[in-house]
Design a binder for this molecule. Structure first.
Ligand code: ASP
Length: 322
């Protein structure tokens, strides 16, 4: 994947994963995003930045935040945007996903945001895409969701400061099926986070050895002790075999972030969740809507992060697609 992600000079050609991405590159994307914040929310000053270029959101799985914020981010940079609907397209007539992508590339679409249920599917499409085309992984299976990882880091950094070496961060819930957890772990590790703790029922924790050096626990109360930030995850029932969680009530009792549990965290501690949230399943409503919640701040950070990614990729890619 890294051979695909970078060109011969080491510039980003596609954004497929944060795994192995050097700290300096993550920080420069975050700095760029932070500088774009005023333009992301209401500014019109960058409408000519990528004018004349087209972006297509090619989603084979559902999305609210990723799709809409990429669309807005591209529009804020003056791009034309196509939203591809896999449900009604010629895929139904047997056209392959790669032929679909390259058909759109031949129309002049330079950038694609692709979401897919299968692990590795976005990298496979990147490998076969016409030269000059750039792909952003908008989430593949349980593997990667790099722009979510970046926007989570931006939200954390804006609330808790730039020095991750003092932070203890917990990731709670369905870690096993979560691409968000994986991209967050990649980013937190690269940024030198002091400690990352994973917590959930044994059936939803990652396989042994997947994250060496990162502690796992089935005990939420012990995990929460002394955390600066806790990232709550949705139960990814679309990726689960049956029966991994006995009942939602039981799950909330053991792994839900309630007001009482939050009260045991330090006052500065913040709560993140990538959305969509299931109120009363993994997080109590008053926590999701409370002052320690960064959930909507994460969404707000998504826009400048996606603008920064598009600007970076389209500045380094060579010429229009063949
Ligand atoms: N929206 C995120 C994703 O697509 C998280 C989730 O669905 O729970 O991975």
């Amino acid at each position: 994947v890294n051979a695909l992600q970078y060109d011969a000079e080491g510039n980003l050609r596609h954004l497929l994963t944060l795994e192995g991405m050097p700290r300096a590159r993550i920080e420069s994307l975050l700095d760029r995003a932070e500088a774009l914040l005023p333009h992301a929310h209401g500014g019109t000053g960058l409408r000519s930045a990528l004018a004349g270029l087209a972006l297509c959101t090619l989603f084979f799985e559902t999305s609210t935040r990723t799709r809409c914020s990429f669309q807005l981010a591209a529009q804020r940079l003056g791009m034309d945007v196509l939203n591809f609907d896999a449900g009604t397209a010629s895929l139904k007539k047997g056209e392959s996903e790669l032929d679909t992508l390259n058909t759109l590339a031949a129309m002049g679409v330079r950038a694609f945001v692709v979401r897919h249920a299968r692990d590795g599917a976005v990298a496979e499409l990147a490998a076969g895409a016409l030269p000059g085309t750039v792909l952003v992984n908008g989430g593949d299976g349980r593997s990667n969701h790099p722009t979510q990882g970046l926007l989570d880091m931006l939200a954390l950094r804006r609330r808790l400061g730039r020095d991750f070496s003092v932070l203890r961060v917990g990731i709670v819930g369905d870690v096993r099926h979560s691409r968000v957890a994986r991209s967050d772990i990649h980013a937190l590790t690269a940024l030198g986070c002091r400690e990352v703790r994973l917590c959930g029922p044994a059936s939803l924790l990652p396989g042994e050895g997947e994250f060496p050096g990162i502690g796992t626990s089935e005990d939420l109360d012990a995990t929460l002790e002394g955390l600066d930030a806790v990232i709550m995850l949705r139960l990814q029932r679309e990726r689960m075999e049956q029966g991994l969680v006995p009942s939602l009530e039981d799950y909330f009792r053991r792994y839900g972030l309630s007001r009482e549990r939050l009260a045991r965290l330090p006052g500065h501690a913040c709560v993140l969740h990538p959305g969509p949230i299931n109120r009363g399943v993994e997080i109590e409503s008053t926590v999701a809507d409370g002052p320690q919640s960064l959930i909507l701040e994460q969404v707000a950070c998504g826009l400048p992060v996606r603008m920064a990614v598009l600007q970076t990729l389209l500045a380094t890619s060579r010429g229009p697609a063949g």
